[in-house]
Design a protein around this ligand. Sequence first.
Ligand code: GLA
Length: 533
Amino acid sequence: MKPSQTVRRVGSLLVKTLLAALLVPVALAFASAATPPPPAQTNITGVWVIKIATPDGNVRKFYFNLKQVGEAVTGRMLFGPGRGIPISEGSLQDGKLHFVVTFGRPPRTRQSSWNGTVKDGKLYLTAPPFPGRPSRTFVAERTSAKALLPPPRLPLPALHDVPYNGLARTPPMGWNSWNKFAGKVDEQDVRGMAKAMVTSGMKAAGYTYVNIDDTWEGPRDAHGNITSNRKFPSMKALAEYVHSLGLKFGIYSSPGPKTCAGYTGTYAHVQQDADTYAKWGVDYLKYDWCSASEIYPGPKVHGYPTVHQMRAVYQEMGDALRKTGRPIVFSLCEYGWDHVWTWGPKVGGNLWRTTGDIEDNWNSMIRNALAQLPIAKYAGPGHWNDADMLEIGNGGMTNEEDRVQFSLWSMLAAPLIAGNDLRTMSPATTAILTNRDVIAIDQDPAGSPVKRISPSQSTELILTRPLADGSHAVGLFNLADHPQSITVNWHAAGVTGKKLRARDLWKHAYVRVSEPSYTATVPAHGVVLLRVR
Ligand code: GLA
């Protein structure tokens, strides 16, 4: 381009800019006189509720507590009082809402990006597709901020000792729906499970309780009575069926307003619900802390609710069950908080969970088992440390690892509550769950505590437990990923005397043993379990 051309270009650009500077305000003034200003954008600050009718007959509510400043939107998505996840990247521009919610804790967080519109005082919110669920639009309506407050706190009874109900002289044995089915369990499944408990030989081996975990609950009726939801048309009829097979029937609830899966809990209806359970024919109650934290949040010790509140809350149900006059096993589930093993029997508890939830894998199973060792002495006839339910047959562990779980739980005198599908289990799984020699260790009437005699960090886990007939159960567990030769010294295991007789409880055969020790090659993640006289 020549210099003269450049001067001309710049000149014309200057003229255009000046013209625009003069004419645009005139044009804008003209336009604003002709069309009214756009309506002020709705401010969406406040609490919004989404109500969803679920196929089982419940109505689920979740909330958005939003704050809008200019176009920026912040806040939380909440599933009930106190239980919320933060909203980020929130904005409302030209009636179009956008934000991101983050589920889970690092490192396992998952983000979902929501879009919405504001129309007629409602929010139309579109959630992105989740695995197995298509994208969905929800209608949120304004609600009072009170919806986010927990119900008022009711007075708790003064502490006292609830008398022992005489049940669970040995650790309870049965089945529970949670590990395999979680929320996908209904009456037909439970009937099938009860029948399979008989036909598989489990009943004959000692299993008794058929327990429905969370998600059976419906809303309360006009009189405040708890109902079962559509998946369980008649709890009474189901209990009668289970009883007709010579088995016992268990259910689940929470002292909070909601269970862990968000279903109706017993809060403010403790005696009324206990009476309903008794009327239905319930023989076992698993009582799971869950949303009770919202009602009794505080003073916390190391982040946990204090012992006084938790003990009083469990005592209230212990008393209520007792008042029904029906023998009902009382299973405490509060993840081992507040040293429950020190007060569990005083609230009428027959067993108490000592850890968080088990998962269907080797590490989780071993973690739960090892956590029982320091507290073994607190268990005994009528009151047991509950290492959580069995994962045997659920597929996350090998048969060898399943044998380890069954052996460990038996050495610990832990409740043997199967968590698999009994209707379709393999012969190998059936053989593990019905190994009577191992069950006899679990069910030993003395209920003496187990002792570890190998160093605590070692991959050799040697456990010993004295049994009522004077013999000892001795378990050689290999926690390593390769086979190991493990040696037990009889004296250290508490086994005394000459002429020892030892039976291998998985080989179902006597093994040659002599003084002063015994060495076995134990497969990776495997066990050799002996009963020695
Ligand atoms: C908690 C318990 C589990 C199970 C679920 C049900 O996580 O620890 O065993 O009962 O609640 O929601």
